[in-house]
Ligand binder design. Structure first.
Ligand SMILES: *Cc1c(COP(=O)(O)O)cnc(C)c1O
Length: 397
């Protein structure tokens, strides 16, 4: 990221808005549903002949499941993964004829509700398998499920021993209809990590022990590792929203989300004065400081705070970076615009927080986290504007 970029804001989603955001909007999140659909199609083309699902847990990574799911469904996505039953019910209503997998699986006592919602639990343990199978007699048919097997992540997933036990338990197996066998990578964000090939090999070696079903291993990063990581179905989430998590292998997707917040005030700060809570930043010389209507309650991490001499995060005006100074507070950040001189932002101007100049990855790495966390914590307080997509005319803000 350089101090200025040639992109400026003319390529931004902000520049494409038909109407200005409402005068009272302190911040806006602009979502390009056309780019989202293009991203899904690009990933699908990249992994063909494997199929491409869409992972839309956590309100579609904070982007808004109500808009994201119909858009992807219209683009051709017919398989969705969510984490919880609540999310699955919402997905079922938005994409009625799709296949919906619930990654959290069967919570104790939840089998009947899962079945009523017509969604498929991803089963990660013997106990879950038995509980799900226990519902089959009342439904008069084997129940659809996915098997999640562990290949080295040691998060969710059945161990080899579980798989062997289950395979020999015909009473349970006869009551299950296994639609998918899946696993998940630990280190796919490092293309050269030895664990990637190890997990793929374990996944292959486990197949003779498992019922025959389509196989799925790769998420956004894994699908960029090459065709022998694709199997039958890939499960991208983050990349759909423009995420570039795998350094060095450019995922063929474009940005989907931009975030802007208003300048509330420009102030002059004299040498020796401090800016913000705990007085962590002191001016050495005469400064111009812009106060922006975005704080940690809006998803701007408090870790972007910068004491004197530190440099963490930025906002941008027309492609030019303005460093965050002092503490990020709940509703506000302060940025140094001294260098802007004749182009000093004005009260009411829009500061780019995420957009053509500052990527999700920039904000993630500057604040010591990942773009995923930045995306899923986007503000519920900011106005949302959805561009394009099947829900375009039905939505607005
Ligand atoms: C979240 C998740 C995904 C999607 O991961 P991305 O990195 O966002 O593509 C896929 N599979 C499982 C099991 C997940 O939990």
């Amino acid at each position: 990221m350089s101090a200025t970029t040639s992109q400026g804001t003319q390529n931004s989603l902000f520049a494409r808005l038909d109407a200005k955001p409402p005068a009272e909007a302190a911040g806006v999140i602009i979502v390009d549903l056309g780019a989202l659909a293009d991203n899904w199609r690009a990933l699908k083309a990249h992994v063909a002949p494997a199929a491409c699902a869409a992972v839309v847990k956590a309100d579609a990574y904070g982007v808004g499941a109500a808009h994201v799911i119909p858009t992807l469904n219209c683009a051709g996505a017919d398989t969705f993964f969510v984490a919880t039953l609540d999310e699955a019910r919402q997905a079922r209503a938005l994409a009625p004829s799709s296949t919906i997998y619930v990654l959290d699986g069967v919570l104790p006592g939840s089998a009947a509700a899962l079945s009523e919602a017509n969604v498929i639990p991803v089963i990660s343990s013997l106990l879950e398998a038995k509980e799900w199978a226990g519902l089959a007699p009342s439904r008069n048919e084997p129940l659809a499920c996915a098997f999640h097997v562990d290949t080295g992540l040691n998060r969710l997933g059945m161990s080899v021993r579980d798989i062997r036990t289950l395979a020999s338990d015909m009473h349970t197996m006869d009551r299950l209809s296994v639609r998918l066998v899946m696993s998940h990578f630990a280190c796919a964000d490092e293309a050269g990590h030895e664990k990637n090939a190890q997990q793929r090999d374990v996944f292959n070696q486990l197949q003779p022990l498992l019922p025959s079903a389509p196989l799925s291993l790769a998420a956004s990063d894994g699908l960029m590792l090459g065709p022998d990581y694709h199997f039958d179905l890939v499960r991208p989430g983050y990349a759909l929203f423009g995420g570039q998590a795998l350094p060095g292998r450019i995922t063929p997707v474009k940005p989907v989300v931009e975030v802007y917040a208003r300048v509330l005030q420009i102030r002059d700060v004299a040498p020796g004065q401090t800016v913000g809570y705990s007085a962590t930043f002191a001016a050495n010389s005469m400064m111009k400081v812009a106060v922006i209507a975005a704080g940690y309650a809006d998803g701007s991490p408090r870790n972007l705070s910068a004491a004197s001499g530190e440099s963490r995060g930025h906002v941008a005006f027309a492609g030019k970076l303005a460093p965050i100074i002092g503490r990020v507070s709940m509703d506000l950040i302060t940025v140094d615009v001294t260098e802007f001189e004749g182009e000093t932002p004005q009260r009411g101007d829009w500061a780019e927080l995420i957009g053509p100049t500052i990527t999700l990855e920039d904000v993630g790495s500057n604040s010591g986290t990942i773009g995923y966390e930045i995306l899923t914590r986007l503000s519920p307080r900011f106005s949302r504007i959805y561009l394009g997509g099947p829900a375009a005319s039905a939505s607005g803000g």
